[in-house]
Design a protein around this ligand. Structure first.
Ligand SMILES: Nc1nc2c(ncn2[C@@H]2O[C@H](COP(=O)(O)OP(=O)(O)OP(=O)(O)O)[C@@H](O)[C@H]2O)c(=O)[nH]1
Ligand SMILES: [Mg+2]
Length: 306
């Protein structure tokens, strides 16, 4: 494929070229690897914001409002919704289009859904590559929406500068482990659907939970929003920018970038290890089953052979 023929137009903002490039990168095919390899070198400038929370919490509606704030400047914005087909809202790819339709005609907004091959929650293994590609294409803001179930959510935090955890009124009654996972990763808490009763109780509960948690340099603010009315979104945008200023001070951003490329390297290695194992064939597996060789020795051999 003539990837160079796509990268130029995509960097100029051609939506079709961007969509085609991102498809390859999300699939992780040979073209996708080549593309992301080229784009990685051009990147490092995008600001990356993660939005996670339970199915149906109002993440997409919130993101749409946030995109409006982001687009008040000249910057280009990309939104990636990972695994948007949550059981709560059903066929949500269409739903996301509708919820973000106010940006459909904006040539400087790119919105994309990426499947998460099977499991609910977390980010797809291709997400770091998709982010790197969008960054290299010159997007100033990249927003990642993921369904969070409270576990294995550390992953989204490792690919984002700022992680927003969206909860709803009544969340205080939820299971403890889910809360622990979210507390760990949230840079900003949003209590969305604040038009419902109990919103103030949930905000208070979250504050108390943060009080008894470990003291950190950055205390996550707890904000109330009604995403459907775009209420509270300007304050959210303000908080995001405050968090960015916090990261920019005392070299924290450099550490974030170090952690991010390290995380991407581990992901890339994991992928190629899986490919290697897929390619060894039945005979090698048979050797393991028959205990002619042990997995540790075989692993050493496979790595040495690469
Ligand atoms: N009452 C109320 N409803 C809201 C609010 N924000 C979103 N909703 C509604 O909640 C439903 C789910 O909204 P989405 O934005 O699709 O939620 P989501 O978290 O992206 O959902 P998934 O991606 O499927 O997990 C929709 O019917 C929204 O209109 C809010 O602030 N108040
Ligand atoms: Mg959604």
């Amino acid at each position: 494929m003539d990837t160079d023929g796509l990268i130029g137009p995509a960097r100029d903002g051609n939506q079709r070229a961007i969509a085609r490039l991102i498809t390859h990168v999300a699939d992780g095919d040979a073209d996708g690897r080549q593309i992301v390899g080229e784009l990685f070198r051009l990147g490092g400038h995008a600001k990356i914001t993660g939005v996670t929370g339970a199915p149906g919490a109002g993440k997409s509606t919130l993101v749409s409002g946030l995109v409006t704030s982001m687009r008040s400047g000249p910057g280009r914005v990309a939104v990636v919704a990972v695994d948007p087909s949550s059981p709560f809202t059903g066929g949500a790819i269409l739903g996301d289009r509708i919820r973000m339709s106010e940006h459909a005609d904006d040539p400087n907004v790119f919105i994309r859904s990426v499947a998460n091959r099977g499991h609910l929650g977390g980010i797809a293994s291709s997400t770091p590559a998709v982010i790197a590609a969008l960054d290299g294409l010159g997007f100033d803001e990249v927003v990642i929406e993921t369904v969070g179930v409270g576990q294995s959510e550390v992953e989204i935090a490792s690919v984002c500068d700022t992680t927003i955890v969206v909860v709803n009124p009544g969340w205080g009654d939820g299971i403890q482990t889910a809360k622990a996972g979210f507390l760990e990763i949230a840079d900003i808490f949003v209590v969305n659907k604040a038009d419902r009763p109990e919103a103030s109780t949930t905000i208070k509960d979250l504050g108390s939970m943060l009080d008894i948690g470990p003291t950190t340099e950055w205390r996550p603010p707890v904000l109330a929003t009604i995403a459907t009315e775009r209420s509270g979104i300007d304050d959210l945008w303000l908080s995001i920018n405050e968090h960015r200023a916090h990261l920019a001070s005392e070299g924290r951003m450099e550490q974030v970038h170090r952690d991010r490329v390290r995380h991407a390297l581990i992901g890339a290695l994991r992928d190629s290890i899986e490919h290697t194992v897929d390619a060894i064939g039945d005979e090698a597996i048979e050797d393991l089953v028959e205990r002619r060789v042990d997995p540790w020795t075989l692993a050493d051999r496979l790595l040495a052979a690469r």
